[in-house]
Design a protein around this ligand. Sequence first.
Ligand SMILES: NC(=O)C1=CN([C@@H]2O[C@H](COP(=O)(O)OP(=O)(O)OC[C@H]3O[C@@H](n4cnc5c(N)ncnc54)[C@H](O)[C@@H]3O)[C@@H](O)[C@H]2O)C=CC1
Ligand SMILES: CC(=O)C(=O)O
Ligand SMILES: [Mg+2]
Length: 528
Amino acid sequence: MPIFSNHVRLSSSLLQRLKRHVTAGVHRSFTTTEGNRPTIVHKRSLDILHDPWFNKVLIANIEEYAPVVYTPTVGLVCQNYSGLFRRPRGMYFSAEDRGEMMSMVYNWPAEQVDMIVVTDGSRVLGLGDLGVHGIGIAIGKLDLYVAAAGINPQRVLPVMIDVGTNNGKLLKDPLYLGLQQHRLDGDDYVAVVDEFMEAVFTRWPNVIVQFEDFQSKWAFKLLQRYRNTYRMFNDDVQGTAGVAIAGLLGAVRAQGRPMIDFPKQKIVVAGAGSAGIGVLNAARKTMARMLGNNEIAYESAKSQFWVVDAKGLITEGRENIDPDALPFARNLKEMDRQGLREGASLVEVVKQVKPDVLLGLSAVGGLFSKEVLEALKDSTSTRPAIFAMSNPTKNAECTPEVAFSILGDNIIFASGSPFRDVDLGNGRIGHCNQGNNMYLFPGIGLGTLLSGSRVISDGMLQAAAERLAAYMSDDEVIQGIIFPSISRIRDITQEVAAAVIKEAVEEDLAEGHNGMDARELRKLSQVN
Ligand SMILES: NC(=O)C1=CN([C@@H]2O[C@H](COP(=O)(O)OP(=O)(O)OC[C@H]3O[C@@H](n4cnc5c(N)ncnc54)[C@H](O)[C@@H]3O)[C@@H](O)[C@H]2O)C=CC1
Ligand SMILES: CC(=O)C(=O)O
Ligand SMILES: [Mg+2]
């Protein structure tokens, strides 16, 4: 497991190798070419994923088109998918396909698949249960795998697991494409996902499966169920956590303090779902490591977090508390001393805690209201940070305009979906960073693929987050730029992938890939 430092040393030969891979990936977008003329593969379901012009345009204009293939536009597409549907893209495994998935998986026309992004559509961005319409998010994420990580577009597979929907509107919609029944739950649900996992790993033993936009209830359970057996990760839980850690460390540096001061930050988190809890767990572990990496450090790190969900501040007095949130429930007596109580509102919490960071993963647009931001003026930080991370745009907890107008220019601002920087007058700019898991998942996938690691360990995820955190220069961070521009996503992805490979090698997990065995990988990751 890496120990946090400002500069993670990566072998330059490993980076060179990755650069070649990422560029080769782009060329592979053109492997269906005859001479210089691209031809389209004649398998309808692969058409768009293969379309060489599509990928070339996306790569060359990533800043312009990422907001189209990804958040926010992908959200709008998913909301209207039945009306926009032209042809299937990806595979649909439904609850009615039980017993058939092993043979179905052989229907996919590509011989090899490297990356699968799978969703059950139960929580698409902050838009709730969109049933099979959620396939759009899997397609969008894989577009980014091709554009950012150079994954061969013929080797990606978007998947929808259709177990029904609890969205009342879709249940009545005559145009709805999925199963018009309430979602399966319990063992029946798990049996469907189990069968899918067994099928894809039987046909493609080296595939990596990214779980995306599963409701919290299942996100954690499925992650625990599969992560030690299969090459998989949950992007909302683990990718988001890494990006948030990088941002939180950037916010510490932006105060002119060393990252090692992170454990002193007071952090209020609004939202205790898959993303919020993922971030809390990772932030607590990061603090604990900085404080000595022992039980006492882990226990004491807990006191830096106040978690507010739909019912207000989470304390040990909460009835039927969600077990995933329990480790962050505040002690009632302690809260009483702070002037807080079970269920206290976000504004009350911000007033009493005076946090350094206010982080939103609530899916509630405008949650950081004028009143909440006014309360943040009393923050004890020299430069408070606001992370309005919910997607898509309309779900952002606040806009940068509102944040800068209320709190002035001495803040750090990041949002999940892209916003423009804010002109603060007199040549001053309020930087709006995009804090989105897109800065990590392509590198996690690429690093795992090339290392040949059989699982994706905590150490590999931590290495990815640390690399992203160290990516920004001191100058940039002091200006309030804590995440890179999306135009640098290919470079970041290479660096993140290199860090993931190095960690996999160090943990003895790397088994090599495509003719490069573990010994050669080890040599490559050590040579400078
Ligand atoms: N920027 C990024 O990279 C990422 C952003 N997200 C975004 O995070 C949001 C949440 O995702 P999940 O955790 O999976 O959803 P979720 O539905 O599992 O959790 C939402 C949480 O927000 C809480 N909440 C609802 N109303 C609230 C209120 N008024 N005040 C405080 N908390 C409230 C709920 O109680 C719940 O704990 C979504 O909008 C999603 O798009 C998720 C992953 C990555
Ligand atoms: C970015 C992302 O994964 C989400 O909003 O769910
Ligand atoms: Mg997601």
